[in-house]
Design a protein around this ligand. Structure first.
Ligand code: ATP
Ligand code: MG
Ligand code: MG
Length: 351
C-alpha cells in the first residue's frame, strides 16, 4: 500500500487520515505544533518546523504523494518537498489562494464576479480604495486570515485609520460589502485525469466571521444551483486542480459572487460525511491517488452544526439524538472560538 503525506495535523488532516485509512492507505502527518488532532489517527507523525530541511526531506522520502489541509505552507518548504514527491493540489492553486489580492484577480480574469476590491498598503491607498468601493467595506489582510481573523469592518470613511491599524502593517485588501441574501458553497473535486464532480451546494450561516451551520439542500433556484456548480468546475479546470476545493459564494439579486476559494477539504463540506456515500475526505483521497471520483450524490438532507468552544456542553444531549452523527476532534483544550467538533443532523432527502 502507498503512504499519503499530509501537511497539517488539525481536524481536516485528521479526517483525511481516517478516509485514507478506510481506503487502505497509510498516512504520515507533518505538523509543527505538538499533540496535533490528526496525530491520534495517522500511522506516523513528524513534529518539526517548516524551516527544518532535513525533517522535510525525511518526510518526503517516507511518502508516495503529498497533500495538505491548509493553504499557508511556506514556499521554501514546498520547494524542498516538491523536489522529491508530487504535491496535490498543485503549487498554482496555493499561489492563487494564499493571497486574497491574487485570488480576486484570478477570479476576475476568469470572468467571475467578485466584491469590488483594491490593494491597500498605506492610509492614502485606503482612502482611495474607499472612494472606489464605498462604505460599508471590509479591510482584510491579504494572507493568513481564517475564521474572520485579520479583518476590520469599515462602516464609514472616518474609521479608516483605526481599521488600518488593525492590520498591524500587513499588506491588505479592501472589499466592498456585498449585500447578499444567502451564502452558499460548492465542494468540488477534480481527479488526476481531469474528471470533475461536485457535491450539492450547502447554505452557510456565519457568526462573528466563523461558520456555524451548513444546510443542504441550500435555498437556491435550479439555475442558481447549476450556475454555482459550473462556476466551481470552471475554477478547478483553470487551475488544472487535483483534489477537493471549497468555493464560497454570495447569492445576490445580481447573481453569484465568489467570496473566496480554499484549496482543500472545507468545513462547509463536513455534511457530506453523513449525507453522501463518498464524503469530501474520501473524495480528496480518491482524487489525489487517481481513483475514480464519487459522483457527489446526496442521500439525505443534513444540517451541519459546528461545535465551537462551550458548544461542547451540548454533547451529552446530541448523543441522545438518533438523527445526529457526532464528529469530535480530540483537541486537548477547549477555548472560545476554537472548533472542537461538529454534529451532522440528518433528515430524509427532500429534493
Ligand atoms: P474562512 O474561515 O471561511 O476561511 P475568512 O477568514 O477567510 O474565513 P471570509 O470568508 O473572507 O473570511 O469572511 C468571513 C465571512 O465574513 C464571510 O463568510 C461573510 O459572511 C463575511 N464577509 C466577508 N467578506 C465579505 C464581503 N465583501 N461582503 C459581505 N460579507 C463579507
Ligand atoms: Mg478563508
Ligand atoms: Mg471564508
Amino acid at each position: 500500500g502507498s503512504t499519503i503525506g499530509i501537511l497539517g495535523g488539525g481536524q481536516l488532516g485528521r479526517m483525511l487520515s481516517v478516509a485514507a485509512s478506510r481506503l487502505g492507505y497509510r498516512t504520515h502527518i507533518f505538523e509543527p505544533g505538538a499533540n496535533p488532532p490528526a496525530g491520534h489517527v495517522a500511522d506516523q507523525v513528524t513534529t518539526a518546523a517548516y524551516e527544518d530541511r532535513a525533517a522535510l526531506e525525511a518526510f518526503a522520502a517516507s511518502v508516495d504523494i503529498i497533500t495538505y489541509e491548509f493553504e499557508n505552507i511556506p514556499t521554501q518548504a514546498l520547494d524542498i518537498l516538491e523536489a522529491h514527491r508530487p504535491i496535490h493540489p498543485n503549487r498554482e492553486a496555493l499561489r492563487v489562494s494564499q493571497d486574497r489580492l491574487v485570488e480576486k484577480r484570478f477570479l476576475q480574469d476568469l470572468g467571475l464576479a467578485t466584491a469590488p476590491f483594491a490593494a491597500v498598503d498605506t492610509l492614502s491607498d485606503l482612502e482611495d480604495a474607499i472612494a472606489t468601493t464605498g462604505t460599508p467595506a471590509i479591510l482584510k489582510t491579504r494572507r493568513f486570515g481564517y475564521d474572520g481573523k485579520g479583518q476590520a469592518r469599515i462602516k464609514s470613511a472616518n474609521k479608516a485609520e483605526s481599521a488600518l491599524a488593525d492590520m498591524a502593517g500587513a499588506p491588505a485588501i479592501l472589499e466592498g460589502f456585498v449585500e447578499f441574501s444567502r451564502e452558499v458553497s460548492v465542494i468540488a473535486a477534480r481527479g488526476l485525469h481531469g474528471d470533475v464532480a461536485c457535491f450539492d451546494p450547502g447554505e452557510n450561516v456565519h457568526h462573528e466571521g466563523i461558520l456555524r451551520t451548513t444546510t443542504v439542500p441550500a435555498h437556491l433556484t435550479a439555475s442558481q444551483r447549476m450556475g454555482a456548480v459550473l462556476l466551481a468546475a470552471q475554477i478547478l479546470s483553470a487551475l488544472e486542480y487535483v483534489g477537493v476545493m471549497g468555493v464560497e459564494l454570495f447569492v445576490t439579486d445580481g447573481g453569484l459572487i465568489v467570496n473566496e476559494i480554499a484549496p482543500r477539504v472545507h468545513n462547509s463540506g463536513h455534511w457530506t460525511q453523513n449525507g453522501c456515500a463518498v464524503d469530501q475526505f474520501e473524495q480528496h483521497i480518491r482524487a489525489i491517488t487517481g481513483l475514480p471520483l464519487g459522483d457527489g450524490q446526496r442521500h439525505a438532507d443534513v444540517v451541519m452544526e459546528n461545535l465551537i468552544g462551550d458548544d461542547m456542553d451540548k454533547v451529552p444531549t446530541l448523543l441522545r439524538s438518533a438523527e445526529t452523527a457526532l464528529h469530535l476532534y480530540g483537541k486537548a483544550e477547549t477555548k472560545p472560538g476554537r472548533k472542537m467538533g461538529h454534529a451532522n443532523h440528518i433528515r430524509p432527502k427532500s429534493s
